[in-house]
Design a protein around this ligand. Structure first.
Ligand code: NAD
Length: 481
């Protein structure tokens, strides 16, 4: 799969069961953002590579779609075992391309294995309406069929975890996959493909590396691609949807988020602050469900700002390279640090930066965990996704205002409501427009339950049986007797 060039390893990409360079022979550098050192080189693909990969997936689909659910289950269970067995190596690789501490990257591996095992079971458990004579002398039955070749486009924040969310349901349903990881973080997907090569027939899973600009449009527009599944930025989702419209292709879009955390006066403030120490700053806040904007009742606002600030000042973060147990490492790139710093600086005139608010003067892409109190509801820091370690806290006057502010953003992925009043918890969780609502919790995921957005956070569900449904098409067969 590889050759050694200079100091860093040069990867090839995986197409039709073979390791190949990009058609043009070009490569891209992968950088460790924790220390700005190069980690590897990978192929810089173009439209020719896309075509090779899609043709390989289309050929493999001819036989993979005919496998039994039991056969697909067996393959997915083996993939889960592979992740578990190679968890240490995959964790090190993930950390080296993302700047996550090893203990943070390690958490993804059992979650990926669990997810693949869930989809192994789901492959055998597709549901539909009962076969029946809904009109005399005509028997109707429902088939749930795979879509064909799925182009799976993954982000850099949880590179292998997000790839797993896409591969699991797509393969379970009988599709074949062309996976395009982010150009910043292609290494774990490439290594996973290498480990999976003995389990999956050639062409069932192809992994190509390259930038979104260079290969995204060709992949989305390719006539043999039946469905595009993207986890990424909302603007990327819109670009893809425009291209996909020409071919009337199926889309599965998991996009940005701006999760509100509604804290009522009767909430357990210590529990909220302790939970947000994790749920807001995990992965340096580069998480679409991160608890980013607290909306606190007037009776607890000051107290909560102080409790959250205390938690954040106490966080252990920094250079993950030595492998210490840390709560936060670097961000993904210097460009991301600049984006976060710009948003915090533009927020300063109307709000108070209580903790953090600086990029430390050191090698690597770091930004301090930050708390901002009192920004205006219409300000950029409240309205737009920061995708960094920054939490805002606002003061609301009553329940109606809390609901209105929670809903007053273009995103709708995840939210949490904190109260001891069960009636209020039910009322508010119904009134807010988000795909996941936690009550007295934030961030907890389970493979059995769907994850996906409302509004500009996209459509389609990851995880759960709903994801398998998204990767199938329903066919009605009517038989005249
Ligand atoms: P991104 O949109 O920049 O990139 C995502 C993927 O899309 C990458 O593989 C990229 O190469 C590719 N891409 C970029 N332009 C493309 C184009 N024109 N055509 C086709 N593909 C293209 O996003 P990112 O910066 O990697 O990830 C961060 C974003 O992902 C955030 O907005 C975050 O909220 C979102 N995200 C959402 C979820 C979710 O479940 N909703 C989960 C994780 C991340």
């Amino acid at each position: 799969m590889t050759e050694t060039l200079e100091k860093v390893r040069t990867y090839q990409q995986f197409i039709g069961g073979r390791w190949v360079d990009s058609a043009a022979g070009e490569t891209l550098e992968v950088i460790n953002p924790a220390n700005d050192e190069p980690v590897a080189r990978v192929p810089a693909s173009d439209a020719d590579d896309v075509d090779r990969a899609v043709q390989a997936a289309a050929k493999a689909f001819e036989t993979w779609q005919k496998t039994t659910p039991q056969e697909r289950m067996t393959a997915l269970l083996k993939l889960a075992d592979i992740v578990e067995t190679n968890a240490d190596e995959l964790t090190r690789l993930e950390s080296s391309q993302t700047g996550k501490p090893l203990n943070v990257a390690a958490v993804d591996m059992p979650a990926i294995a669990d997810n693949l095992r869930f989809f192994a079971g789901a492959a055998r458990n597709l549901e539909g309406k009962a076969v029946n004579e809904y009109i005399a002398d005509r028997t109707s039955l429902i088939r749930r069929e795979p879509v064909g070749v799925v182009a799976s486009i993954a982000p850099w924040n949880y590179p292998l975890y997000m790839a797993g969310w896409k591969i699991g349901p797509a393969l379970a349903a009988g599709n074949t996959v062309v996976l395009k990881p982010s150009a910043r973080t292609p290494l774990t997907a490439l290594r996973f493909a290498e480990l999976a090569a003995d389990v999956l027939p050639e062409g069932v899973l192809n992994v190509i590396s390259g930038t979104g600009d260079a290969i995204g449009p060709a992949l989305v527009a390719h006539p043999r691609v039946g469905m595009i599944s993207l986890t990424g930025d909302t603007d990327t989702g819109k670009k893809i949807a425009r291209i996909a419209a020409d071919g009337v292709k199926r889309l599965h879009l998991e996009l940005g988020g701006k999760a509100p955390v509604i804290v009522f006066d009767d909430a357990d403030l210590d529990l909220v602050a302790e939970t947000l120490r994790f749920a807001s700053y995990w992965n340096s806040g580069q998480d679409c469900t991160a608890a980013t904007r607290v909306i606190a009742g007037s009776g607890v606002y000051e107290n909560f700002v102080s409790k959250l600030s205390e938690q954040v000042r106490d966080m252990k973060w920094g250079d993950p390279t030595p492998g210490d147990e840390l709560e936060m490492g670097s961000l993904i790139s210097h460009a991301q640090v600049d984006r976060v710093a710009g948003m915090v600086d533009r927020a300063r005139p109307g709000a108070e930066v209580v903790v953090g608010g600086q990029s430390p003067d050191r090698k690597g892409a770091y930004y301090e965990p930050t708390v901002i109190a009192g920004p205006d509801q219409r300000s950029e820091i409240v309205q737009d996704e920061v995708f960094g370690p920054v939490v805002t806290v606002q003061r609301f006057s009553d329940e109606d205002q809390a609901i209105a502010w929670a809903n007053d953003v273009r995103f709708g992925l995840a939210a949490s409501v904190w109260t001891r009043d069960i009636g209020r918890a039910l009322r508010v969780s119904k009134a807010i427009q988000f795909g996941t609502v936690w009550v007295n919790d934030h961030f907890t995921l389970v493979s059995e339950m769907p994850h996906g957005g409302f509004k500009e956070s996209g459509y389609g569900k990851d995880q759960s049986a709903y994801a398998v449904e998204d990767y199938t098409v329903v066919k009605h067969v009517m038989i005249r007797s």
